[in-house]
Design a protein around this ligand. Structure first.
Ligand code: FAD
Length: 294
């Protein structure tokens, strides 16, 4: 099928993009086009106007500042995957990026586009929620931001308002020396969307005791969820305590059924993957000190 007719605009600034968006309910932003273009082709989306933000300099680039890594919204997923700052300072994002689609989709798809698209199975939103990232927004009234936890409100549904654009994602950098990441996902084929995904990040002290821990699951409910396993802080994070913490935390999980998997399957598998992700993160943290750690 071919898309329904639309106008195409390439604004010269972010302020212009927001003004165009605010002034036209039928307008839609386009970044990498990896989700939107197939939707246009199938006529699942029929915007009257496409506002192309891909080349806006304000949205590009990756920088580290004040205990965080700021990833510009139009940063290509493939660029983020190769970036040394992300590898050193946001290891969970580096770990999951190879699981986002396929090399050709990552060459075009953007980090901000994945966040704005808010697929409950998508890996980048999972990292944002698990690490407590901040979603930075450009609006007609200037910049603002909100925690990832408040940004994702349902399947393909975010708290973004009319005339607003995701400008960047602010990922916190953990200040510890021994940090490890664990990630597992179950999907029909490698790099397809996950039925269930679990991501964990663990910081250990010199004696192998847990200093900090973050655990999240994706694909299980209508948005990615961070699970509270803070009871593991101060422990050696052995397998029995990991299982106990995950079982207690997973009571909060509201699993959903679809044609791919039942809620019962998702719930059971998410518990197993969460335990494995925590164990893998612990083992990785114990194995090597973080490069360039403060
Ligand atoms: C074959 C295939 C497999 C895939 N597999 C996976 C997978 O396993 N995991 C995964 O996570 N993703 C997967 N994807 C989707 C991923 O590739 C997309 O990159 C991502 O979902 C959207 O990013 P984009 O930059 O292409 O956004 P676009 O397609 O350009 O836009 C997507 C939506 O976000 C909005 N938008 C874009 N940028 C902004 C912004 N800065 N502010 C506000 N709104 C914005 C658009 O208006 C649109 O509604 C797959 C895609 C394909 C085609």
């Amino acid at each position: 099928m071919k898309p329904a007719p639309f106008d195409y605009v390439r604004p010269g600034s972010l302020a212009e993009a927001c003004a165009l968006l605010a002034g036209d309910e039928d307008a839609r932003l386009i970044a990498g086009g990896q989700t939107l273009v197939p939707m246009l082709a199938m006529r699942l989306a029929r915007p009257a106007k496409l506002i192309d933000i891909l080349r806006l300099p304000e949205l590009a680039g990756i920088r580290e500042e004040a205990g965080a890594v700021i990833v510009g919204a139009t940063t290509r997923q493939a660029q983020a995957e190769r970036d040394p700052v992300i590898r050193a300072s946001v290891p969970m994002l580096a770990r999951v990026l190879p699981w986002v689609g396929h090399p050709p989709t990552r060459n075009r798809g953007t980090v901000g586009g994945s966040i704005a698209n808010a697929d409950p199975s998508a890996e980048i939103p999972l990292v944002a929620v698990t690490l407590g990232a901040e979603i930075m927004l450009a609006t007609t009234d200037g910049p603002t931001s909100m925690p990832a936890d408040d940004f994702f409100i349902g399947p393909m549904l975010t708290a973004i308002g009319q005339g607003e654009c995701v400008s960047a994602i602010r990922f916190p950098v953990w200040p510890h020396k021994h940090i490890g990441v664990g990630f597992f996902e179950i999907s029909a084929r490698k790099s397809d969307f996950a039925f269930v995904a679990a991501a964990a990040q663990v910081a250990l002290d010199e004696e192998g005791r847990c200093l900090d821990v973050a655990l999240g699951v994706g694909g299980v409910g209508d948005r990615p969820l961070r699970l509270d396993v803070s009871s593991l802080v101060g422990t050696k994070l052995d397998s029995a305590s990991a299982a106990e913490a995950v079982n207690a935390a997973s009571v909060e999980l509201d699993a959903s059924s679809d044609l791919h998997a039942s809620a019962a399957y998702r719930r059971r598998v998410s518990v197993v993957l969460c335990i494995r992700a925590l164990e893998q993160a612990r083992d990785n943290a114990a194995a090597k000190p973080k490069k360039g750690a403060r």
